[in-house]
Design a binder for this molecule. Structure first.
Ligand code: BTN
Length: 246
């Protein structure tokens, strides 16, 4: 199946562009790709460092039969799509930090920002924009100081530009096929197997309070199941967690 893909040299943010396209009736599976982003966005209003000729910065517009509750699951599916592609292109073991970050050797190499485009009147979700930022060739010394300890890069063959497009194509195909079959929960098994946090003590924030719990499981909706120190179980569907003592 042919995928409509627009490639830009520079954009403020592929997610922002994809949202505009989604509103003006882009078809399911449309991809917006940019060689650099001047205001790449991360979760929680953070910036995503997106220098030219260094990474994969792209957004996929999904228009399956969606409801808001599947958006966590789509993000989960996207993370597995990236992971499977990475397995083909590197020997390093990549792991997923719930909900959407991919780590190699303790460093974040990829972030995913899923945003919903909702119909103003009915409030229903019309499209989901899955934005993927993957550091493919970014050199460690080029990361801004505040990212130097946290961010990583695949450092794939610096001289081979086609690798980036092959990897991007693999990611797109994986994400489309997994997200078109969300009822097939096979991908959740991979997600759990390659989780960086399951079984570990984690720190998370709820209602502006920092709490601690054990990351126990991922449920069928992609939510994180945590076991609190008082023995209670909770299901988190958003937020950010960090591993204790790391
Ligand atoms: C995160 O780590 O918090 C998510 C980062 C998502 C970055 C990607 S790059 C392509 C797309 N366009 C954006 O502005 N953000 C996403």
């Amino acid at each position: 199946k042919e995928i409509p893909i627009s490639v830009f040299k520079s954009l403020p943010s592929t997610n922002t562009k994809a949202k505009e396209e989604a509103i003006s009736n882009a078809v399911h599976g449309t991809v917006i790709f940019s060689d650099e982003q001047t205001s790449g966005r991360g979760r929680f209003g953070r910036e995503f460092f997106s220098p030219a000729d260094s990474g994969i910065y792209m957004s996929i517009i999904l228009k399956p039969n969606l409801n808001l509750s599947s958006s966590v699951l789509v993000t989960t599916a996207a993370a597995v799509g990236v992971l499977k592609a990475l397995d083909k292109f590197t020997d390093e073991k990549s792991q997923i930090k719930w909900v959407n970050d991919i780590y190699i050797n303790g460093k974040k190499v990829c972030g995913i920002l899923t945003e919903a485009v909702t119909d103003f009147e009915s409030g229903t979700v019309e499209s989901l924009i899955v934005g993927i930022g993957l550091n493919v060739k970014t050199k460690m010394e080029d990361f801004p100081d505040e990212l130097k300890d946290k961010a990583g890069s695949l450092l794939l063959n610096q001289n081979d530009n086609s690798i980036r497009s092959q990897l991007a194509a693999e990611i797109i195909n994986n994400i489309l096929s997994i997200s078109e079959n969300l009822e097939n929960k096979e991908f959740l098994k991979i997600y759990k197997n390659r989780s960086l946090i399951l079984g570990k003590q984690i720190i998370y924030t709820k209602n502006n309070k920092v709490e601690e719990a054990c990351a126990h499981d991922i449920d069928e909706f992609g939510r994180l199941v945590i076991l609190k120190n008082d023995g209670k179980i909770e299901h988190l569907s958003s937020g950010e967690v960090s591993i204790k003592n790391i």
